[in-house]
Ligand binder design. Structure first.
Ligand code: ADP
Ligand code: MG
Length: 263
């Protein structure tokens, strides 16, 4: 569904118009080259169906984070376009789009401050109840409750040292407080043990249908909850399809990756 009226709204309204992501996001024939002009992403085309979980997989250096940065509106494709419900992300609406995307990286940045202050970076006006709701969705409420002072616990260097999994779950809660249309997790669980991985996976399961999710991984074992899979190698797309179908299809890239074979 694409509301053409949005496109024709004049002035500031058009610049601030939300790109609703009701139908889906389309990456259309996108290429990208950094400064030296060598393409690191070439002619990539795939969709992110609204409300579904799509996994982007590929070896280290294959261009996954570059694609994430383009979806985040931080990098502009050198060629091709990215469309949200059919409306291209352009210089005009890029800022509004950025507000609708939330990102959880592999290396989470937390301020040396309270958990509440860290969460309110994403939602300065949020009340404690809203913070707790986000923590619950991110499977983080339990360990925060166990900490002295709860939301007022200071984390970081001279405060409580959080484990990698705890940091990821705080970061996920913070991402959710932005009420994103699109949530991108870039290797967010790659450094975690299976228990923390499965806590994050559980959160993603529960978020399915509420927002569009892209999860990025270099290991296919971490994407068992995905609806769709996009596999890239050397900046080129090598496979796209439904997770279940590709997993069951002998000889598929995903099936080979899952069985540990080399492509
Ligand atoms: P992945 O996330 O799959 O590991 P990246 O998108 O980070 O891959 O990187 C893809 C390629 O682009 C790599 O060869 C990497 O060295 C290169 N690259 C990434 N960022 C930059 C940059 N800022 N300037 C130049 N080259 C970069
Ligand atoms: Mg990366």
């Amino acid at each position: 569904r694409f509301d053409a009226a949005r496109e024709t709204e004049p002035g500031d309204a058009a610049q601030n118009a939300r790109l609703p992501l009701d139908a889906g996001l389309n990456v259309r024939d996108v290429s990208f080259a950094y400064g030296d002009g060598t393409p690191v992403v070439s002619g990539i085309t795939f969709g992110l169906p609204a409300g579904k979980v799509t996994a982007l997989i590929g070896p280290s250096g294959s261009g996954k984070s570059t694609i994430a940065d383009m979806l985040l509106g931080l990098l502009e494709p050198t060629d091709g376009s990215i469309l949200v419900d059919g409306l291209e992300i352009t210089a005009k609406n890029r800022r509004a789009w950025r507000d609708q995307v939330a990102y959880v990286p592999q290396d989470v940045f937390l301020l040396h401050n309270t958990i509440a202050a860290n969460l309110r970076l994403a939602a300065p006006q949020a009340g404690d109840e809203e913070l707790w709701a986000a923590l619950r969705k991110a499977q983080a409420a339990d360990f925060v409750e166990r900490l002295d002072g709860r939301l007022e616990t200071v984390v970081g260097d001279r405060g409580v040292r959080l484990s990698g999994g705890e940091r990821q779950r705080i970061a996920l809660a913070r991402a959710l407080l932005r009420k994103p249309s699109l949530l991108i997790l870039d290797e967010a669980t790659s450094a975690l043990d299976w228990q923390n991985q499965s806590l994050i996976a559980q959160s993603i399961e529960e978020l399915r249908g509420q927002m569009t999710i892209l999860t990025i991984a270099h290991r296919p074992s971490m994407i068992a909850f995905a609806d769709w899979v996009v596999a890239i190698e050397g900046g080129r797309m090598v496979e796209v399809g439904q997770y279940r179908r590709l997993k069951a299809k002998s000889g598929s890239r995903l099936a080979r990756m899952l069985s540990g074979e080399r492509a």
